[in-house]
Design a protein around this ligand. Structure first.
Ligand code: URA
Ligand code: SF4
Length: 207
């Protein structure tokens, strides 16, 4: 770890109280991403959630709003959960990286994938969330979350729709909802995403 990225560990309080964690994360300078982003977007959901969904990082709307999965990807995820009859309010939603990484193009802020170093720097927050929540199932949405939870060589294409037994919980894998929005055949990509989630939640696929 370079001094440029001291990592989040020194900012993580010794508590299993998620509100106290979120309050501490608001002041994290574990990597450079805090400089340009508006705010830390911490995970949200009930402390007794059995299932945790892990995305990549907050997007533009999440960065402005302060809550995870409230932008276009979040709306697609909401639709998928509704189609499956899964109540979002019973899930804990978080991200591998808690600050928005972007480049400015004129007035627009364009999402950039976080680097491996940034993911590693931020992982102590995710670890602390999972230690506090002790979920049964952790669903990785996309490559960044999958690599954060299952290691740098884990591949969504090989693992999607399936689970891996870890010491403390099962990890499930599917694509990121934003990849569905970018897919050439959105309908097919959506159906595959919902199919993965149906298997992971052990509920019937709709339709
Ligand atoms: N994409 C993510 O990965 N996480 C969010 O919170 C929003 C969009
Ligand atoms: Fe801290 Fe993570 Fe934000 Fe980096 S991205 S400053 S490690 S909360």
């Amino acid at each position: 770890m370079t001094t440029k990225f001291p990592g989040a560990a020194r900012y993580v309080p010794d508590t299993t109280d998620l509100d106290a964690m979120a309050a501490a994360a608001a002041h994290c300078h574990g990597c450079d991403l805090y400089r340009d982003a508006t705010r830390t977007v911490f995970g949200e959901g009930p402390a007794d959630a059995d299932t945790v969904l892990v995305g990549e990082q907050p997007g533009n709307e999440e960065d402005l709003d302060g809550h995870p999965f409230v932008g276009p990807a979040g709306r697609l995820l909401d639709r998928a959960l509704a189609d499956l009859g899964v109540d979002r309010d019973r899930l804990y939603l978080t991200n591998a990286v808690k600050h928005f990484r972007f480049v400015e193009r004129g007035k627009r802020r364009i999402h950039q994938q976080p680097s491996r170093t940034e993911v590693v720097a931020c992982t102590p927050w995710l670890t602390a969330e999972l230690d506090a929540l002790t979920p049964e199932l952790v669903i990785c949405l996309g490559a960044v979350a999958t690599r954060a939870l299952l290691g740098p060589s884990a591949k969504v294409t090989e693992l999607r729709g399936g689970t891996v037994e870890l010491e403390r919980h099962r990890a499930g894998v599917t694509v990121h909802p934003s990849s569905v929005l970018r897919a050439p055949d959105r309908h097919a990509a959506y159906d595959e995403f919902v199919g993965d989630l149906a298997r992971l939640f052990s509920v019937p696929a709709p339709g």
